[in-house]
Design a protein around this ligand. Structure first.
Ligand SMILES: [Zn+2]
Length: 321
């Protein structure tokens, strides 16, 4: 069965002041309001079958940010003459079809698309499936040291004629298709890492892990440590329940670890979390257990001591006030 592949790109307007909104009770910062969508339906070899292009009038960030104007070449008059964002978005969804598999350059546009759908009261479950072409290209054509992976740099590196502007949504989409034509497409899809495998690799980077689980669709960004159903693990020695310490140390970006003690055999193990947020609205929490090594334990204990001392100092300062 052939897939309904849609390569797309967005241009968005920024506010001069941040705009926050609540998503099921959790505050989110709006990343930008979509003012232009460009898209192309492609076959499995990235030949363009149909194109879509629309410019829209923003309702939240009404004034075109001078930086956006400079990068995109859009003007206040041009966006004011556009259809409403809601109308334009509906036209895009209708054109795509429900089963569309979206492809974008980088992973920034799907979260923006979904945030805009939420604010418009539309279905943020679209798209269900999406891929990052930048990642596919960078895995088959790894950049040499110092080489950039932005679209313009890659187009230039591949000697693709640069006769259209960059940062015009449809023009960027057509460049993206030109780049993607160089891919071994079947291989790119087959080798595309799942969210699970990326989370696993991140947690297993510094040592063997066990008891790996992923919790998808989480809204509370602190749910990984506050939800007792998630923040637990199984003892590698006896299978009993592990109870983590209150103190969590940072392992890497969006990744934390703590020392846990088995409630049954009283032995210790590390409990690790890695968080990701692919759709910009929901978190996935990956959890794993790692055996205690002396050096990591010493590091964790030192960090805990430092954190405790800082907290004590702060409490004292507050008392003195
Ligand atoms: Zn145990």
């Amino acid at each position: 069965m052939s897939r309904n592949l849609v390569v797309f790109d967005l241009e968005m307007n920024q506010g001069y002041k941040p705009f926050n909104f609540s998503y099921h009770g959790v505050e989110q910062t709006f990343r930008g309001e979509i003012i232009q969508i460009g898209a192309a339906k492609v076959d499995e070899s990235f030949s363009v079958v149909d194109t879509f292009s629309i410019t829209m009038k923003p309702q939240i960030f009404r004034k075109l940010h001078h930086h956006v104007a400079k990068v995109t070449g859009l003007t206040q008059q041009v966006i004011n003459a556009g259809v409403s964002v809601k109308q334009g978005m509906q036209m895009f969804l209708d054109w795509c079809g429900e089963d569309a598999v979206l492809l974008e350059w980088g992973l920034d546009d799907v979260p923006v698309l979904k945030q805009n759908l939420v604010l418009l009261g539309m279905d943020e479950n679209f798209p269900k499936d999406w891929y990052d072409l930048q990642q596919m290209v960078s895995s088959q054509f790894p950049p040499a040291e110092g080489e950039k992976m932005n679209l313009e740099a890659v187009v230039e590196r591949m000697n693709i004629p640069m006769e259209r502007p960059f940062h015009d949504a449809l023009s960027d989409v057509l460049y993206t298709c030109d780049v993607a034509k160089r891919l071994d497409v079947a291989k790119a899809f087959a080798e595309y890492p799942s969210e699970e495998s990326q989370l696993y690799a991140a947690l297993a980077r510094k040592g063997e892990i066990r008891d790996f689980s992923v919790y998808h669709g989480q809204i509370d960004p602190l749910g990984w440590r506050n939800d007792p159903e998630i923040c637990r693990g199984s003892c590698p020695y006896c299978g009993g329940e592990l109870k983590p310490d209150e103190f969590w140390s940072k392992l890497a970006s969006n990744s934390y670890y703590s020392l846990s003690v088995c409630e049954k055999c009283k032995k210790e193990a590390f409990i690790l979390f890695k968080l990701s947020r692919r759709d910009g609205l929901h978190w996935s929490f990956a959890r794993a257990i790692r055996l205690c090594e002396a050096d990591t334990l010493a590091k964790w204990e030192k960090e805990k001591k430092g954190a405790m001392a800082r907290r004590e100092r702060k409490d004292k300062e507050n008392e003195q006030r």
